[in-house]
Design a protein around this ligand. Structure first.
Ligand code: ISE
Length: 334
């Protein structure tokens, strides 16, 4: 079968990772086109991959040489490009978060429903991580009873320039999606608690913080967000259930015994920690484009995350517990 002619909007770090992965590791697709705001980067990709460069995302989306689109541009541009893909009737994989605001995601949901066809997948790639898939399977089968709490920590080694708000909008979006998916549940309320500020914090970042969410069935989810933990990229998740606990497996690594100490190695960033998940996500997305379906995280999932994020930002501002709107999933997404 023909390879899916893919266009990529936004060729920063993750956009170029997707480009290389599609062209080097996914036989069912090929990147034919890119739109990148930096002309220097555009030219280098043209030279390296022979891709056609466009002067706007809209032009790329409407090109006959593009069957499907990956959006990896800045969060604020996601809505306009996703809406353009829906109008063009083209499948789109949009990096998380779908949009920075709930109302932006709602506009995408409304446009997709009005168009009558699911075309949008959101880049919550942890759903394709073997560890999270195993964790979900054991929760779904009640291996140790019903889940009562989820303890999560999302620790980056160091991200310069982050604010407290961006840490919630960008980093926490992964846990906000994966915890809904693990529990098959929705959020009902939330609260943000700021810990003692690390000396490594700077500017408008308060680091670390604890996000506490209550689900509709009463499960308590706590998410530690630590932007500058200094020691490595460390993602943890533990389900506390009625008859036991289930912990996300830590990637195996060489154990070093050296200079009187024993140590394992920790990834530096998400690109290494979730390299396999990104690969599986893209493979599954290409297959779903070929079968003209959306099987991964939908625009509704993106809207649920944006809605919870907005409530968390309100709690950050007020210092209070905030109710999260109880939104019913439309039949279209069931
Ligand atoms: C970044 O944007 C990502 O998506 C990474 O997966 C996440 O771990 C990091 O905290 C975000 O800033």
């Amino acid at each position: 079968m023909e390879r899916v002619k893919t266009g990529i909007i936004g060729c920063g770090a993750i956009g170029q990772e997707h480009l290389a992965r599609i062209n080097n590791e996914i036989p069912g697709a090929v990147v034919t086109s890119v739109y990148e705001i930096s002309s220097t980067v555009s030219r280098s990709l043209e030279d390296k991959y022979g891709v056609k460069t466009f002067s706007s995302g809209e032009e790329l989306i409407n090109s006959d040489n593009v069957d499907a689109v990956v959006i990896a541009s800045s969060d604020a541009t996601h809505e306009q490009y996703v809406l353009e893909c829906i109008a063009a009737g083209k499948h789109v994989l949009c990096e998380k978060p779908l949009t920075p605001t709930a109302e932006g995601s709602r506009r995408i949901v409304d446009a997709e429903i009005a168009g009558g066809k699911k075309l949008v997948q959101v880049g919550f790639m942890r759903r394709y991580d073997e560890g999270y898939k195993s964790l979900r399977q054991l929760i779904e089968t009640s291996y140790c009873g019903s889940p009562l709490m989820l303890h999560c920590s999302h620790r980056n080694k160091s991200i310069p320039g982050f604010t407290t708000e961006v840490a919630i909008q960008s980093s926490a979006s992964h846990e906000l999606d994966i915890c809904r998916w693990l529990l098959n549940d929705n959020y009902a309320a939330c609260e943000v608690k700021l810990a003692k500020n690390s000396r490594h914090s700077s500017g408008s970042l308060h680091d670390p913080m604890l996000l506490i969410l209550e689900t509709a069935t009463g499960v308590l989810v706590d998410i530690e967000i630590f932007v500058n933990c200094c020691y490595g990229y460390d993602i943890n998740c533990e389900a506390v259930c009625e008859d036991g606990t289930l912990r996300l497996p830590v990637p195996s690594s060489v154990t070093a015994k050296h200079a009187g100490a024993e140590s394992a190695f920790i990834a530096d960033d998400w690109k290494k920690r979730f390299v396999q998940a990104y690969r599986e996500e893209l493979k599954a997305w290409v297959d779903s484009v070929k079968s003209d379906q959306v099987r991964g995280p939908s625009a509704w999932d993106g809207y649920m995350v944006s809605t919870a994020t907005e409530s968390l930002l309100e709690s950050l501002k007020t210092g209070k517990r905030v109710e999260i709107p109880d939104l019913r999933m439309p039949e279209f997404y069931r």
